[in-house]
Design a binder for this molecule. Structure first.
Ligand code: ZN
Length: 151
């Protein structure tokens, strides 16, 4: 089994909270290695936010996808302590899908927010409490829609 096979299996795993976005596009996959004999795969992932309840599901999904490959008998999924995930790891495809389908906005480096619906900068943080600990809710003053902020 080659690394490329394992990588494509990993790329078939989508985030449980954003079903159309692959964990590869989310920038969660840091390393993929295969043993010399080709029967053992190790996948190193970095969490978007530690303590996210989806992490266990993601690890189980990765394991299942890799073990479905012929010749792979063991798959180890590791949550790596670093590098730290930032939203710069998202691919353009992930950004587009998150904005269009899930109205998720990404915080810019300067801390600003841009509405994924109307493109306005008039987005105000509403509260720290969000649907999950990974996200918070903000409010767009321009189109008057709630948007989710990915931390
Ligand atoms: Zn808006």
């Amino acid at each position: 089994m080659s690394v490329a096979h394992v990588q494509s299996a990993v790329a078939s795993v989508n985030d449980p909270e954003y079903p159309d976005v692959s964990i590869v596009d989310l920038g969660l996959v840091e390393s993929v290695t295969v043993s010399d004999a080709g029967d053992a795969a190790t996948v190193g992932l970095i969490p978007t936010f530690s303590g996210c309840p989806a992490l266990d599901m993601i690890a189980a999904d990765v394991e299942r996808a890799v073990l479905a490959l012929t010749d792979v008998t063991t798959c180890t999924v590791e949550w790596l302590p670093g590098p730290v995930w930032t939203n710069e790891r998202l691919t353009d495809r992930a950004r587009t899908t998150l904005a269009d389908e899930f109205t998720v906005v990404l915080r810019r480096k300067d801390g600003g927010l841009r509405c994924p619906i109307c493109g306005s900068d008039a987005v105000a943080d509403q509260s720290l409490a969000g649907p999950t600990r990974c996200r918070s809710v903000a409010w767009c003053d321009s189109c008057r829609n709630p948007v989710e902020v990915m931390r």
